[in-house]
Design a protein around this ligand. Structure first.
Ligand code: HAM
Length: 452
C-alpha cells in the first residue's frame, strides 16, 4: 500500500506567526509591494478626500455641472490626436500597451479627451439644455518621475463646458476652481495668459524662431530646450531652466501677438475676475503643456509658492477647436482640472482639521443577553436613521466607554443584566458623565429630545 500523502502546506494552512511589528519580515514570502508612483489611500487619509470632494461637489453642482464617467482605458489615438503627439504627456508619460486584439490602448493620462469623445459619441450637443456642463472625478496615470505631489497615479476634479464661447464662461470656471480650493482651506493665486487662436500662434512661433536664430541667445538654452525649440517651440516659454529663462528675457511675447478679437475676449475675462475679486497675475510665459488650448489659459498656484508650475494645484483653459478636430461639429469649449493629492498636501501643510464621520450614539453592553439585545437595537437605530456605533467584541464596559469617548459621541446607551431584567436602558451623557435609567420603550423619545 502506498504511503499516506504528506499534508501539503499551502499559503492557506501555513502557520502565520502573529505580529504587530511593522518591521516583520516573512522568512518564506517576499512582500509584493505596489508599483512605483502608484498610491494607496488609507482610512486616515480618506478623511481629507471626503472633505475635499464633499465641498467641491457642492460648489460644482451649484454652478449647474452634471457628473459623468468615462473609461480608464481608451484608444491610444484618442490622446495622440487631442492631447497631442509632441506633448510630454503623450510622447513620454503614457502607460500604453497592445491588447490581445491588437488594439493600441492607453490608460487615460487626462480626462479632457475622453470627455470630449463622450460628448461627441453620445450626441450631447442635442441635449435641450445648452451649454453642456460636465464634471468628472477620477484616477489618471502618467509615467512621471515620482516626487512629492507628483505620482504616476493621481486624481483630478475636472470640469468642462461645451457650446459656450462667452468669456464669462472662462471667468466662471476660474471662480469655481478658486472657490473649491478656498473651501478646502487652500489659498491660491491664478496665473493667466492668452495664447490667441491658431493663426496667431503660427505667426508668433515664426517670430519666436526668428528671435532664437541669434546664436548667442540660442546658446543659453539647455540641450532639452534646444530639442523643444524644434519640436514644440511654445513649450520653451514655460521652461524651468535658468538659461532658458535668461534667453527669453528679450523674446517677443505671445500676448502682444494675438488678434483684436482674442484680446477683447481676454480683457473681458480679466474684467470679470476683477469683479469677483480674484487675485491673478498675468503670466506671459504660461502656455500649458497640452496641444488643444486656445485663447485663455490659466493655472491655480499655491498662494505661497514661487515655483508654482512644478506643483500647480490645477490648470485649464479654452479649447474651441478640439471637438471639431476630434470629428464633432464646431463647438467652443473650456475647462480645468484640480489635482486632488496636491490639494490634500496643502491642507495638511495648513493643518486643516478633518473630523471623523460624525457619530452621536454609542451602544455598550455587558453580558450575553444584553449583547444580543444591543445587537438588535443597533440595527433598529440604523433603520431609524440614527448615527450610532458599537464594539460588540469588547465585553468590558470600561473599554467600550473608552471607544465611545474616542469617537466623541454625545450619548452612550448601556444595557446590562439589570436593564435586561427591568426592560430599561441607561443613557449616559458623555460630556457631563451623568447617567439616568429609562424605560426601554421610551428610549427613542428620549434620544430625540437629547439629540435635537
Ligand atoms: P494638467 O495641468 O495636466 O491639466 O493637470 C491638472 C492638475 O492635475 C495639475 O495642476 C496637478 O494639480 C494635477 N496633476 C497633474 N499631473 C500630476 C501628477 N503626476 N501627480 C499629481 N498631480 C498631478 C489637465 O490635465 C487638463 N486636462 C485640464 C483641463 C481640463 N483643461 C481643460 N479641461
Amino acid at each position: 500500500m502506498g504511503r499516506k500523502p504528506k499534508k501539503q502546506m499551502t499559503q492557506f494552512n501555513k502557520k502565520v506567526p502573529k505580529t504587530d511589528d511593522k518591521q516583520f519580515k516573512s522568512k518564506t514570502h517576499k512582500v509584493i509591494t505596489r508599483l512605483r508612483g502608484m498610491r494607496d489611500i488609507l482610512p486616515d487619509e480618506y478623511k481629507y478626500w471626503n472633505l475635499v470632494l464633499k465641498k467641491a461637489e457642492s460648489i460644482i453642482k451649484y454652478y449647474g455641472f452634471q457628473k459623468t464617467e468615462i473609461p480608464i482605458l481608451e484608444q491610444l489615438s484618442l490622446f495622440e490626436r487631442s492631447t497631442g503627439k509632441q506633448t510630454e504627456v503623450v510622447s513620454k508619460e503614457m502607460f500604453t500597451f497592445v491588447d490581445k486584439d491588437g488594439d493600441k490602448v492607453a490608460l487615460r493620462p487626462e480626462a479632457t479627451p475622453g470627455l470630449a469623445r463622450s460628448y461627441i459619441e453620445h450626441g450631447l450637443f442635442n441635449l435641450p439644455t445648452q451649454p453642456v456642463k460636465l464634471y468628472w472625478i477620477g484616477n489618471l496615470f502618467r509615467r512621471e518621475k515620482p516626487q512629492s505631489g507628483r505620482q504616476r497615479q493621481f486624481s483630478q476634479i475636472d470640469l468642462e463646458v461645451y457650446g459656450e464661447a462667452n468669456p464669462a464662461t472662462d471667468a466662471q470656471l476660474i471662480l469655481i476652481g478658486y472657490l473649491i480650493l478656498k473651501e478646502a482651506g487652500v489659498d491660491s493665486h491664478i496665473q493667466i495668459n492668452s495664447i490667441g487662436d491658431k493663426e496667431d500662434r503660427d505667426e508668433y512661433i515664426k517670430k519666436l524662431l526668428e528671435y532664437f536664430r541669434n546664436r548667442k541667445i540660442r546658446a543659453l538654452l539647455s540641450p532639452e530646450d534646444k530639442k523643444r525649440l524644434q519640436k514644440n517651440p511654445l513649450r520653451i516659454l514655460d521652461s524651468k531652466e535658468e538659461g532658458t529663462q535668461k534667453a527669453l528675457e528679450g523674446a517677443p511675447q505671445i500676448i502682444d501677438n494675438i488678434s483684436d478679437e482674442c484680446r477683447d475676449h481676454f480683457m473681458k475675462v480679466l474684467e470679470y475676475l476683477d469683479e469677483f475679486d480674484i487675485p491673478y497675475t498675468l503670466n506671459p510665459n504660461l502656455v500649458r503643456g497640452l496641444d488643444y488650448y486656445n485663447r485663455t489659459v490659466f493655472e491655480f498656484w499655491p498662494e505661497d509658492s514661487e515655483t508654482g508650475r512644478q506643483n500647480a494645484l490645477g490648470g485649464g483653459g479654452r479649447y474651441d477647436g478640439l471637438v471639431e478636430y476630434m470629428g464633432g461639429r464646431p463647438t467652443p469649449a473650456a475647462g480645468f482640472a484640480l489635482g486632488v493629492e496636491r490639494i490634500i498636501l496643502k491642507m495638511k501643510d495648513n493643518n486643516i482639521p478633518v473630523v471623523n464621520e460624525e457619530v452621536d450614539i454609542f451602544i455598550a453592553q455587558l453580558g450575553e443577553a444584553a449583547k444580543r439585545k444591543a445587537m438588535i437595537f443597533f440595527e433598529e437605530l440604523r433603520a431609524k436613521g440614527y448615527k450610532a456605533s458599537q464594539n460588540f467584541v469588547k465585553d468590558n464596559l470600561k473599554a467600550q466607554l473608552e471607544v465611545a469617548n474616542k469617537l466623541g459621541v454625545k450619548l452612550a446607551l448601556i444595557l446590562g443584566q439589570k436593564e435586561i431584567m427591568d426592560n430599561t436602558i441607561l443613557i449616559r451623557d458623555m460630556e457631563s458623565g451623568m447617567q439616568e435609567v429609562y424605560s426601554f420603550n421610551k428610549v427613542f423619545e428620549e434620544l430625540d429630545k437629547r439629540l435635537k
